[in-house]
Design a protein around this ligand. Structure first.
Ligand SMILES: [Zn+2]
Length: 389
């Protein structure tokens, strides 16, 4: 088990942060992603004016120009693709973070929260960093950062996909390369569609995200370093999931085949669509209660018959909702089964909206609860597609 703490700096919006956490937490394995809602206030002393790119380049594409994943900043080591050397007309940007200050924030977080030294800490930040890289790590401590901004200039997709990719791949890379020297030898200057490609051009980043692969040479290094197979498998699952979800959200998914629906866990169950890259449909406990109830009843239930399912509803809801007074729980259930209250109708409409947002109307139609007005409502999905884990 490896704990990875995801922290965010104050300018990074909480809902954007949750989008990334949600992608990463949908995959099981030894890498455990732990969310921390409380933001890290970057010390204003750390925000400096720095050279971050070429002026001309900035005027055309105002964004970070290196997607790569170098792990370390190093003034001594002669890395031929060191960004600053490539700038012809240096461009200065305000409020730029120095790498050592990013890692100082990670260290402070470790200290304040008594984080074990074997755990990883990843700071997610919208702020540019002095070398203008998307991700980097410190050499001695398991501290990493991922730059969350500007991805949409590069890739036509939601930011959580590349950011989740960088989070998970940067951890594996840290396990593979223990020193700056090893890292500089291990990265691929020429893109081959491997996680460790050094991508200078934007097309190459897309290549890496689309191939979602680790090359044979890197697999050898992973084996030499004794990284557990389950960890590598989880990384591959995440980056493959990211690839599928990206295609999906862009409407590029070639098939309209139905995905299985996994119901994971006993308490606070998750709804995951494994064949669509483990997309998670996030429902509130009451919405989930209703959804699981309808899954249990392929024959359908009309609103006015929900009252007959009261004990079943109660049983499901008590597993899902771990907060609230008993009286409050009773009240919510009463509202749900009373057709005059409109609570069930409202929940069903929310569920429809959530599936449709993720899958589009056509595919969502198979998963939502629906039926003619005044008549039985049901979920169309064949129950052999539903897997309880
Ligand atoms: Zn490789």
């Amino acid at each position: 088990m490896v704990n990875i703490h995801l922290i965010r700096s104050n300018e990074y919006n909480l809902s954007r942060y949750w989008e990334v956490v949600c992608v990463l937490q949908a995959f099981d394995g030894p890498l455990t992603f732990i969310s921390h809602e409380k933001e890290v206030d970057i010390d204003p002393e750390f925000l400096d004016e720095e050279v971050v790119g070429d002026k001309e380049f900035y005027e055309t594409i105002p964004l970070a120009n290196y997607s790569m994943a170098d792990e370390m900043i190093d003034a001594d080591l002669n890395i031929s693709y060191k960004p600053k050397k490539l700038f012809k007309k240096p461009f200065k940007e305000k409020d730029v973070l120095k790498w050592k200050n990013i890692f100082k924030e990670c260290d402070d977080f470790r200290e304040q929260n008594s984080i074990s030294s074997v755990d990883y800490v990843i700071l997610l930040t919208e702020r540019r960093n002095e070398l203008n890289w998307f991700t980097g790590g410190s050499e001695k401590v398991n501290n990493l950062f991922v730059h969350t901004g500007y991805w949409d200039y590069f890739i036509d997709c939601n930011h959580q996909f590349p950011v989740a990719y960088e989070c998970v791949s940067s951890v594996l890379r840290k396990m593979m390369f223990e020193s700056k020297k090893e890292l500089s030898h291990g990265l691929h200057e020429k893109s081959i569609g491997c996680m460790n490609d050094f991508c200078q051009e934007k097309e190459q980043i897309i290549f890496k995200l689309r191939t979602a692969d680790i090359c044979r040479k890197c697999v050898e290094i992973i084996n030499e370093k004794g990284v557990e197979r389950t960890i590598t498998n989880q990384v591959l699952e995440v980056i493959n999931g990211v690839r599928k979800q990206m295609l999906f959200s862009n409407g590029f998914s070639s098939s309209l085949e139905l995905s299985k629906l996994n119901i994971v866990g006993t308490y606070s169950q998750k709804l995951l669509l494994p064949d669509y890259g483990n997309i998670e449909i996030k429902l509130t406990p009451l919405e989930k209660t209703l959804y699981l109830l309808y899954l249990n009843h392929p024959e359908g239930i009309a609103y006015h018959n929900l009252v007959d399912c009261k004990s079943e509803i109660k049983e499901i809801y008590s597993k899902l909702a771990n907060t609230g007074e008993q009286a409050e729980i009773e009240e919510r259930i009463e509202a749900l089964i009373n057709p005059l209250e409109g609570s069930a109708k409202e929940k069903i409409s929310k569920i429809k909206q959530k599936f449709t947002n993720k899958l589009g109307a056509e595919l969502a139609a198979n998963y939502i609860i629906k039926g003619p007005r005044g008549d039985k409502k049901e979920i169309k999905l064949e129950r052999e597609f539903v897997i309880y884990q």
